[in-house]
Design a protein around this ligand. Structure first.
Ligand code: GAR
Length: 197
């Protein structure tokens, strides 16, 4: 009898390139886990189309459609719980999670951020804004951080970091590309490590 694969629920908000990479890594056996569900928080996300094309149960849970924070938090818990996730993986999910959700899945929610946290993270630090702030600050290195999720943006105990050197002629877009090229593979590597612990 084969041991069942650990189960992942992915939360995403954007283009879905991270979700797509995780899904294909899982299908190829490089990510040693099964993606059992996707939750997005807004309409028309790339991640939702990818999930539907692969018959992965996917839900849009938009906070705007709830009359208060706790009913949204409860709905997030109720949608995710039946999938019995071993880990919940944030893949460009741009919303803080509620207290109920974080308590229910304590020690199971991971995020990836394209800078060396605690630097260049927090509210408003997404996409180009991160790399623009990095270049303007004239630091010599940036990188990738994978961390456990807390009730604050881009906060919580750091699991792993990878440095990316900044060249003299580095631009916002060249830095963004360099990090994009490495971050997804790094996420797969670290998720695998966490799952075998
Ligand atoms: C990724 O670069 C990820 O590191 C970043 O969002 C992007 C999602 O891209 N995460 C954060 O900035 C977290 N604060 P995607 O929508 O194409 O997957």
């Amino acid at each position: 009898m084969t041991t069942p694969l650990p189960q992942l629920v992915i939360l995403a908000s954007g283009s879905g390139s991270t979700f797509d990479y995780l899904l294909h890594s899982s299908l190829k056996g490089l990510l040693r886990a099964k993606i059992v569900s996707l939750v997005v928080n807004k309409p028309n996300t790339g991640a939702m189309s990818i999930a539907l094309n692969h018959n992965i149960p996917a839900f849009e849970i938009n906070k705007k459609n709830f009359s208060n924070e706790s009913s949204w938090d409860l709905e997030m818990c109720q949608k995710v719980t039946p999938f019995q996730p071993d880990l919940i993986i944030l893949a460009g999910f741009n919303q803080l999670l509620g207290p109920l959700f974080l308590a229910q899945f304590k020690g199971k929610v991971m995020n990836i951020h394209p800078s060396l946290l605690p630097h260049f993270g927090g509210k408003g630090m997404y996409g180009n804004h991160i790399h623009k702030a990095v270049i303007e600050s004239k630091v010599k290195k940036s990188g990738i951080t994978i961390h456990w999720v807390s009730e604050h943006y881009d906060d919580g105990p750091i699991i792993a970091q990878k440095e990316v050197l900044i060249e003299n002629n580095e631009t916002v877009s060249s830095l963004e590309q360099k990090i994009k090229l490495q971050e997804k593979q790094f996420y797969v590597e670290i998720i695998n490590k966490i799952l075998i612990k």
